[in-house]
Design a protein around this ligand. Structure first.
Ligand code: UT7
Length: 333
């Protein structure tokens, strides 16, 4: 009898656009300053995708191109592409379809998954089910967001936070004790009033008035979201440790969603994990929504070892939140 199948990450690709939007430049756009942004969020700069008709698929395509190059997987072997994004190129078709077309994934199907900043965790967990059931053998999960497309650069409370980026992982089956072990995912729609995009959906389609009123941008009540983020992200991280009998010493890396350094620090401290074992790149990319967690894996890949225990944790719009426990599949180069 064969062992239980698990879904393991066998490669990571990433991409951030070239344009660097620094705190200094933001000082010339809104009433803010480097000291406030750094001390309140930990962010120093973020990347912005410039150019006409450049959507989220541009970011995702670069990340997936690199993933295929690194893993050597033939695009025709891909079964499924899940794109976690809150900023799809268009309401339809799905950005995943555009990525599939770009790479020539002729035998795959694909769809987008929208869970704001928890999108990558939701997508990873969903993808894993298709692998564990034995249905598919090669699944790409890409987290990609062009947040600059929904940010109001007249609103200093949000424009300092977000950036653009994408990163992708390949998931494959294994019978070794590696890969995604457990996830706890949650959502609570009562959080919607505190973090949302007012217009452009079916409830309030775009009108001249909605554009003039600047309703096609992220609306966030920062302090309220902050409070829930700290509580839920650290609760769920502690919960997944407990239910898998993990102590802080068993965990090699915490991979937190990068929304605010203070939220990351609170989660790490609750778990008893030091800064040396907490992935952190918000200072360089800001909050890239669905891309933060895979971009961390991309940045830290060379330091990861086969069998390392990772806890991934996120909180975002919805509200949505969750944590995953995974055992890393290969030694970093
Ligand atoms: O990833 C998706 C989920 N999102 C999050 O997790 C974000 C959670 N929230 C946060 O990270 C923080 O709430 C923010 C970074 C958004 C804001 O930080 P805060 O410490 O909660 O600030 P605040 O909103 O309570 O504002 C404090 C003060 C206010 O001034 P007054 O009213 O005290 O005079 C703001 O007007 O800071 C002011 N302020 C700024 N000052 C300089 C707000 N934004 C800025 C700014 N520069 N960019």
């Amino acid at each position: 009898m064969s062992n239980k199948l698990r879904a393991v990450i066998t490669g990571v690709g990433g991409y951030v656009p070239d344009y660097v939007l620094t705190n200094k430049e933001l000082e010339t756009i809104v009433d803010t300053n480097d000291e406030w942004i750094t001390s309140r969020t930990g962010i120093k700069e973020r990347r912005i995708l410039k150019g006409k008709d450049q959507g989220t698929s541009v970011l995702a395509n670069h990340a997936v191109d690199q993933l295929l190059e690194k893993t050597g997987v033939n695009p025709e072997e891909i079964d499924l592409i899940i794109c976690a994004t809150t900023t799809p190129d268009m309401i339809f078709p799905a950005t995943a379809n555009l990525v599939g077309e770009h790479i020539g994934a002729k035998n795959a199907f694909g769809y987008d998954l929208q869970a704001a900043c928890s999108g990558f965790l939701y997508a990873l967990t969903t993808a894993s089910q298709f692998i564990c059931s034995g249905t598919y053998k090669k699944v790409i999960v890409v987290g990609a967001d062009k947040m600059s497309s929904i940010i109001d650069y007249q609103d200093r409370t949000t424009c300092i936070i977000f950036g653009d980026g994408a990163a992708a992982v390949m998931l494959e089956p294994t019978e070794e004790p590696l890969g995604l072990v457990d996830s706890i995912l949650r959502s609570d729609g009562s959080g919607a009033p505190f973090l949302h995009l007012k217009a452009g959906g079916s409830r309030r389609p775009a009108t001249i008035e909605s554009v003039t009123a600047r309703e096609h941008f992220v609306y966030q009540e920062g302090a309220t979201v902050f409070k829930y983020a700290v509580k839920h992200m650290s609760d769920v991280a502690a919960q997944i440790m407990q239910r898998n009998d993990l102590t802080a010493n068993d965990i090699q890396w915490l991979v937190p969603h990068q929304a605010n350094k203070r939220i990351i620090d609170a989660t790490a401290s609750r778990m008893g994990i030091g800064e040396d074992r907490t992935m952190f790149n918000i200072h360089r990319y800001g909050n890239t929504t669905s891309a933060t967690i895979p971009l961390c894996l991309w940045d830290y890949e060379s330091q990861l070892k086969k069998g390392d225990n990772l806890i991934l944790a996120a909180f975002g719009g919805g509200f949505t939140w969750g944590a995953s426990y995974l055992k890393w599949g290969y030694d970093g180069q």
